[in-house]
Write a protein that binds this ligand. Structure first.
Ligand SMILES: Nc1ncnc2c1ncn2[C@@H]1O[C@H](COP(=O)(O)OP(=O)(O)OP(=O)(O)O)[C@@H](O)[C@H]1O
Length: 260
């Protein structure tokens, strides 16, 4: 398994120890900065299953807690409750990963307030069952922080987390991630693509291009594509054509012409 890598080893060590202290951790960083990768790495180190929830406007109590359904048992129809990710993780002492927690509707997540504070308890509104989390239950949430403005997170919710600030990796660590997670083996090109990504990050910080263009996810796609097509076309397919804005596209083409 490819694990999370960072020169700053305190990120992973602190996250792991905080989970062991039963703190809920909030990974805060730009898109493609390795938040999901870090969560998977922590799951691997703790050797516990992880349930994931992706927050969107359609996230509701049912998708968190579960829903009632009718089953036919011995010719009779009975109402049963299918447990959702929160209830399963609490009862079984698993990890719960809540991605893009700032994107949920404001009324949905307060359901979890008691789960996320010292009570570690919830009364399931659909069944009346009171559930207290197993000792091994722990929560990792992630929030995408853009350079240009981010949906703020509800204060009461934020209070229930300790925060790990994440940023893009660079230099030798980034080259190692390219070597382990892509098909690219040409060291000269790996070096050049690392520098190109650094330029794109600077441009994103200055607001010239959107962060999806500078994300490590886009870079890894780009590296794979360079093994089957010329680098100029790979940049177009992996990065330029994803953007809507002509000026952003042109800025990336200019940076590419300077680098390759
Ligand atoms: N520090 C890192 N170590 C190892 N892999 C990384 C690292 N940073 C990014 N990656 C790789 O980059 C890609 C994007 O990372 P990941 O999906 O974890 O980002 P994310 O922050 O969760 O993004 P998003 O917020 O957009 O969901 C993955 O393929 C991941 O393996």
């Amino acid at each position: 398994m490819n694990l999370y890598q960072n020169d700053d080893t305190t990120i992973q060590i602190d996250a792991l120890n905080m989970l062991k202290l039963k703190k809920n951790i909030l990974l805060k960083g730009p898109t493609g900065s390795g938040k999901t990768k870090l969560a998977e790495t922590l799951r691997h180190e703790l050797d516990r299953p992880m349930h994931s929830i992706n927050c969107s406007v359609d996230l509701d109590a049912e998708s968190l807690l579960g829903f009632k359904t009718i089953e036919i048992k011995g010719g009779e129809s009975v109402i049963t409750f299918v447990e959702g990710p929160v209830i399963q993780a609490m009862k079984q002492g698993h990890l719960l990963y809540i991605d893009e927690i700032n994107m949920a509707k404001p009324e949905t997540l307060p359901i979890l307030n008691g789960v996320l504070d010292f009570r570690r308890t919830i009364t399931n509104p659909f069944t009346g069952e009171v559930i207290t989390a197993d000792d091994n239950f722990a929560v990792i949430a992630a929030i995408n922080v853009g350079y240009v403005g981010t949906l703020p997170m509800n204060e009461a919710l934020k209070n229930r987390f300790v925060v790990i600030d994440m940023d893009y990796i660079s230099g030798e660590t980034l080259k190692n991630v390219i070597r382990t997670q892509t098909l690219l083996e040409d060291e000269t090109l790996i070096e050049q693509l690392g520098k190109f990504n650094k330029d794109l990050i600077t441009m994103a910080e200055q607001g010239q291009i959107s962060e999806e263009a500078s994300s490590i996810r886009a870079l890894l796609d780009l590296c794979d594509l360079t093994t089957i097509m010329p680098v100029e076309r790979a940049v177009k397919r992996a990065i330029v054509d994803k953007l809507e804005d002509d000026r952003e596209q042109q800025a990336i083409i200019n940076a590419m012409e300077l680098t390759f």
